[in-house]
Design a protein. Sequence first.
Lengths: 338, 251
Amino acid sequence: MKKLSVLGFIGILLFLFSCQKEDAESNRLLNVVFPDYFPAPAYDFGANPPTEQGFELGKKLFYDANLSADATVSCGSCHQQFAGFANLDHETSHGVDNCFGKRNAPVLFNLIWKDNLLLDGGIKNLELVPLNAIADTCEMATSLSAVMEYLNGNSTYKRQFKQAFGTSEITSQKMLFALAQFTGMMISDDSKYDQVKQGKTTFTEEEQKGYQLFKTNCGQCHTEPLFTDNSFRNNGLDIISSDNGRAHITELITDEGKFKVPTLRNIEVSRPYMHDGRLSTLNEVLEHYSTGIKNHSNLDPILKNGISLNSEEKISLLAFLKTLTDQTFLKNPKFSEE
Amino acid sequence: MKKILYAMACVAIGLASCKKEEAEIIGSGTLNFEFENVVDNASLELNTKTYTNASSEDFNISTFKYYVSNIELTDSKGSIYKVPENYFLIDQSEESSLKPMIEGIPAGDYTKISFTIGVDSARNFAGAQTDALDPLNGMFWTWNSGYIFVKLEGSSPASVATNNKLAFHIGGASATTNAIRKTSIDLAPYTLRIRTDKVPEVHIKVNVAKMFTGKQDISFATYNTMHGGANALLIANNYAEGMFSLDHIHN
């Protein structure tokens, strides 16, 4: 009797152990890793710990055009990995029915360091960004209820939601959690700049000159190491801005024509530039800052006199900006459409 | 040993006497609400009925829904019970939503109910939510994070918007545009008796017309489309004044 119960007990223990092991294997927690010179993230993964299966589900959702009104547009349509998840050569986002939005699709990476998102900062939490693209009549042009209906009617999704979250019930929260796991894990931290920062390599003379120029002329807004201070500023594109920018959210006259300072990481590959994609090359961008600043009533005081750069300096600055390109991230198959 | 027995007996007697003395007000009970949406003296009927606002403009209503959250009950001694984690979306088109229920309220005699019309600031700026706060309910702005606290849609010949539409989406929880309003309802002459064995019902009348009058009369010729923002505060200030009132309590 004693032997039997002991054996039974061991049996149960083994059984429990193996179950646990299997669960752990089928859905491993993912570590969020970034360099020690990055600040503390703004997005808290606490309520939404990223897992292997959650990430995979997020990726599937990100690349699924069936989420849009006519099954033509996925998140990945306007957010292409090779362009730092911006939309290469598209001035503004290209949605269903060939509708063009009014703003340039921003790059997607290092999003967990943003306490608000979009060019006007209208979205306050990473998890909520997809709602905007789903509903925007010039993007996916559908509704959350249509998306939920599609997901609930799809057996592959049902299985994947169960693997990711333990229950097969599909809710909007779980969908948004999964997408936040995928987009939140997009971290670009392996550019040459990073390698220099970590002592693995050194800048060329040209790049070093450019880095000094950058620190003097650009670093106040494009603050290292994320290359944005996440503030809203007017950078003198127009005397009167046709897009009221941040003021769309705050209704403040003092926010008219201000937009979120974009990161400069992967800037080399994410053309065109500016909130409406009006500048197609980095040379044009530098030209704008050196000779093209227009005196908008909310023009950022830093730019009042423009940034004086001679042609040699421009070349150096460009050389530095290219050290912010992170091929490891741009080509990481983890984030690629399958 | 004797001492212990004696002590135990004392405790037992003590407990028993306690129970006897305050038998009626221990434990917890359930409270039912009924939100009856009306337009002044008329019942609210979606789409079919025509109403008149304080500016003598005709209008009809196709959608009327709003959040009630952070309910607090004040008892006759002045102490306040805050109902934990409660967000109700009252939707005229969803019969079942009109009668929310709260369980686990400490038994007692309550004299005042207060609640937030809308959603507290924290939840406006939190991540993806569920249940009443699920963005699936169509009460969350996708371009400017935050909940629509009160949504009224319909039409009025006075409205200059396309197809004479009315769209009042009231909300906003930012420092500059804060539409979060609290309302308090004094229950006198009633007392709300929460008991383990009874389910009282608090019947609240919600007068839609008060969105458009009170602090400021709203003419649909001037105001017909709001998606939060400064103008929405005019409506919030109106409905905070007197949209919610007590009709009666069934104890």
